[in-house]
Design a protein around this ligand. Sequence first.
Ligand code: MG
Length: 454
Amino acid sequence: MAILKVKKRLFGTNGVRGVIGEDMTPDLVLNIGLALGSMRRGTIAVGRDTRTSGEALSCAIKAGIMAAGCDAVDVGILPTPALQYLVRDEFDGGVMITASHNPPEWNGVKVIDADGTEMADEQVIVLEQRLFDRDFSGAAWDRVGRETAAPHLVEKYIKGIVSAFPQGIGDGMTVVVDPGSGPAALTTPAILARMGCRVLTINGQMDGTFPGRLPEPSVEGLAGLAELVISTGAAFGVAHDGDADRAVFVDDTGQYVEENKEFAALESFVCRGRNGIVVTPVSTSRIVEDVAEQCGCSVQYTPVGSIYVARCMRRLIEEGESVVFGGEGNGGLIFPEHQFCRDGAMTVATMVHLLASKQSSLSAEIDRLPRYAMIKEKIRTRQAAAILDRIEEAYRRESIDRTDGLKVSRGDAWALVRASGTEPLVRIMVESRDKSAAETLYKDISRIISDLAA
Ligand code: MG
C-alpha cells in the first residue's frame, strides 16, 4: 500500500482547479473522465456551476466516463450540495464541474463518491496515478456508456430541504438572496419561498460572466445586498459562493456577519440540549467551543478542509457517537441529519427556522455571542518546514496540537501556524478574547520567524 504515502499532486483539498485555456483544458478533463470511468461501474451524475466554460468541460468529462464504459446522467446546472444529495440517493458517483469561489476564468473538477461525500484522499491518489500513467482504456463498442439528461432532478433536492422544516415556518419573513449569478439562483429562492418567506433577489440571473459580483462573497461584493436588506426591511440577506456549498449573511442592520459568528449562532440553535459532538477544523474560532459547552456538547477538531470534517463526522457516527453539527469558519456548514457535506441552502433554511422559532433578529443573535479578537496573516516564504520547526522548539513548554500544522495555546490565546499546500507561504492565525493578548502572541511568533520570511 506504498501508494497511499504518495501525496496528491493534481487534486487539492477541493478537487482540481485551473485557469481555462492554461492548465484547465478539455483534454485534461476528458482524461479524468476516462480514469474515473475505469475505476467505477454504473452511472455517474455530472453537474456544473454557471461558468462560461462549464458546458465544454461537462461534455469532456461525460465523453471520458462513457468511453470508459460507465453511463452518464447530466443533471445540468445545480449547486454542488444538490449534486451530492442526488448522488447519495441514486447514483454510483458524481462529478461537479466547478471552481467554487475562484474568479470567472477558473474552472475545475470535483469528484463525488457514491455516498455523496467528496472522494477520499486514498482514492484520489489512485485516480491521479491512473491519470499520470494513462492507465485507462476505452470500452469495446458494445460496452460504451450512454448519456441521459435529467435537469429536473434538482427538484428532489429542493423538496428534501423544504420538508426538513415545519410547514410555513418562514411566513411573514422577508429575505434577500444573492446567488451571485451562480446555480443557487435555481434553488435558494425557491426553497425559501416554499418555506413561506417573501423572497427578493439580487444577482439572481445565472450568468457565467458574473456581472454583479465575483463568485467569492466579500464585504465589498455584498454592498448591494446590504443596501437592499435595509431598504426593504428584510430579516436578513444571504449570499452564496460560486457553487453554493457556502452561505454568508448580512444581518437586519446591513452588517456583514463574520462567518465564525454565523457558525456559532446556528450551532447554538442546532445543538441546544443535544449532548453531542460538533466537528470543525483547528482553524475555527474558539467561539464554537464556547457555544458547544453552553449547549452541553463537545468539539472534535480536524485538519483544515471540509472533506476531513465530513469524514470525521461519519466515522464518529459509525463508532456510535452522537454528532450534531459540523463545518468550517467560512460559511460552509454541515447538517448531519441532512447530508455529510457543506450545504449553503440548508444553512439559510436553518437560519429562517432559527429566527422564526426564537422570534429574534439576526443582529441580536450575533450580539449575544462571546467576542474574540482574531488576527490572520500570510507570510511569503520558501522555508515553511524551518518555520514550523522553529515554532515547535520555541513553544515546546506550552501545549501544542499537531492536528494540522502547529496550534500553540497560551491561556485563552491560541495560534495556528500552517504551511500552505499549494503556495509558498505559511498561514498564521491568532485568537484571544483579549485583543492585546492576541497581538502579543502574534508579535512573538513574527519575531521568532522573522529571518525565515521571504
Ligand atoms: Mg464552494
